[in-house]
Design a protein around this ligand. Structure first.
Ligand code: PMV
Length: 318
């Protein structure tokens, strides 16, 4: 029987963002980043060798262009010697409408599955390093709860590790804002952001915020976590607007949701936002506040869909 290996990885949302590359080919970032892995959204991936002439990808039961994953599998071939082509069968439980990037969970799950198929030692540091080459944020999805990706300065030193492996009752409410706007890829978006005159200052501030964020997580201080994450994310989007070719992932509804969260905070509720390379807003709160906040958002934005997520688990074999 052909050997098959199946791995599952969850997506993650950065509280301190990765938004810029020092080395494009190797995905070495300009900043270290810190994320929470989410329980709700994940990818399950099965790999097996095939005698076909090319690597193949079946995504959500549909045969899909495999160029990007084939390039990624070539990183394994370069490092561990050549092997036959691979059939990759992947199920994404990351709603596309939610605009959550599935690349973090996808490349993390594929990395785990390939380590199994190639009988490589289960070294999470090396898994993270490999996942990074598929998609930077995937380096963090190897781990559950809170992970830090230390930027490093070369292939060897740039990997993520578990920072705090416990649930601190932080909730993320994902506000799904659909957008007609064509999304700019994160790679292109970062490249432009790095041309902003204020970008070096954002990078400097990010290093301080990372240390403040670590302390806030250990202290389980959701208000501090939210305030820092919000400032870091809004700062990231400001770089896009100030770049040589200004662009914006926000839509009118993004701004309305952000403003409503700020209003809720002024009224005394824990409510903060973080936003990635798309229009959707992740509202940061705690478990004790989530239902009240959800109700307020639902009645204020009846046409939006909201999903509640908590801390999720690390990569595992299924
Ligand atoms: O991993 P990529 O290349 O899809 O970039 C992710 C970038 C952000 O999601 C916006 C921030 C982050 O740190 O995850």
């Amino acid at each position: 029987m052909t050997k098959q290996v199946t791995a599952r990885a969850h997506t993650n949302i950065a509280l301190i963002k990765y938004w810029g590359k020092e080395n494009v080919a190797l995905n070495i970032p300009t900043t270290s980043s810190l994320s929470m892995t989410l329980d709700q959204f994940y990818t399950t991936t099965t790999v097996e060798f095939t005698d076909k002439a090319t690597d193949e990808l079946i995504l959500n039961s549909v045969s899909t262009d495999s160029t990007r994953i084939s390039k990624f599998l070539d990183c394994f071939r370069e490092k561990h010697g050549d092997f036959p082509k691979v059939l990759v069968t992947s199920e994404n439980h990351v709603p596309t409408a939610a605009g959550l990037a599935s690349s973090a969970s996808s490349f993390s799950a594929l990395t785990g599955a390939m380590f199994g198929l190639l009988d490589l030692p289960q070294d999470t540091q090396e898994m993270s390093r490999m996942a990074r080459k598929g998609s930077g944020s995937a380096s963090r999805s190897i781990f559950g709860n809170f992970a830090v990706w230390n930027k490093g300065n070369d292939d060897e030193s740039s990997f993520a590790e578990s920072f705090y492996d416990d649930d601190i009752h932080l909730t993320m409410i994902v506000a799904e804002i659909s957008s007609a706007q064509k999304k700019m890829s994160s790679t292109k978006g970062m490249q432009l952001a790095q041309t902003a005159p204020t970008y070096p200052e954002w990078v400097r501030k990010s290093a301080d915020q990372l240390e403040q964020m670590k302390a806030a997580i250990v202290a389980k201080d959701i208000e501090k976590i939210g305030l820092i994450a919000q400032d870091n994310a809004l700062g990231m989007h400001e770089q896009n607007r100030r770049s040589l070719e200004p662009f914006d992932y926000f839509t009118t509804q993004t701004i309305e949701v952000v403003e409503f969260a700020k209003q809720c905070y002024r009224e005394g509720l824990l409510a903060f936002v973080t936003i990635d390379a798309g229009p959707n807003v992740k509202i940061i709160t705690d478990k004790a506040t989530e239902q009240k906040l959800l109700q307020k958002f639902r009645s204020n934005f009846p046409d939006l869909t909201f999903e509640v997520a908590h801390a999720g688990e690390c990569l595992r074999y299924v």
